[in-house]
Design a protein around this ligand. Structure first.
Ligand code: SF4
Ligand code: SF4
Length: 198
């Protein structure tokens, strides 16, 4: 749904530049984001399969970051609509790490509890819970938990597809832990510690 507070056409033009937020997001992004190098060409939005579902294109989000529009960015559905296909990253003339920035914005929105719709953040948390428990995703459990929480009435309609995936061995009936789970747990614990000290 369009964000009522920030008309698309005016995104980034409404306020004076304030690079504090842009730098904050850039620093928080894994590796080198190159966010500061964005030239507002719009190639990312034009390449994005999810752009029509986003309330702001990636280009607009980057303009809004440059304008210091923290609340509008963190309340935007754009990062949650990103499916991490990396099409924009491949085509960006400035090699901006767009998908990685989207991950950063999701994390910031969760921390600030600014997301408008809890569906995608809940799905992300369910996925993380699965990885922490089994070291991998358990699709049947993930889908069942998500649909029970958010779309219980749609669950019966998913039964046929689920059965097909089970019979074709595209999905397991029960979860299984990866080998070396204790090592993964140690890595995740270390990552959480580092995150707390940031
Ligand atoms: S394609 Fe790259 S340079 Fe162009 S608007 Fe998107 S992020 Fe900016
Ligand atoms: S990585 Fe995300 S923002 Fe980039 S094209 Fe794919 S869905 Fe769109």
């Amino acid at each position: 749904m369009p964000n009522a507070t920030v008309p698309k056409q005016s995104a980034g033009l409404r306020q004076q530049e304030d690079l504090t937020l842009l730098h904050e997001v850039s620093v928080a992004t894994a590796g080198v984001s190159r966010l500061e190098m964005c030239i507002q060409c719009g190639t990312c939005g034009g390449s994005c399969p999810s752009a029509s579902d986003m309330d702001h294109t990636p280009r607009m989000i980057f303009a809004m970051l440059r304008a210091g529009m923290r609340n509008e960015v963190l309340q935007s559905n754009t990062p949650w609509m990103c499916v991490s296909c990396y099409h924009c990253v491949v085509r960006c003339p400035q090699n901006v790490h767009i998908a990685d920035v989207m991950y950063t914005l999701k994390g910031m929105a969760i921390k600030a509890k600014q997301y408008k719709d809890s569906t995608a953040p809940d799905f992300s948390q369910s996925f993380v819970d699965m990885v922490e428990s089994f070291g991998r995703s358990f699709e049947l459990g993930l889908a069942t938990r998500h649909y029970l929480s958010h779309y219980p009435l749609r669950l019966p309609g998913m039964a046929g597809m689920g059965l097909g995936m089970l019979t074709k061995k595209r999905m397991n009936l029960t979860p299984s832990r990866i080998k070396g789970m204790d090592q993964l747990t140690a890595i995740l614990e270390k990552a959480k510690t580092l995150e707390l000290t940031e």
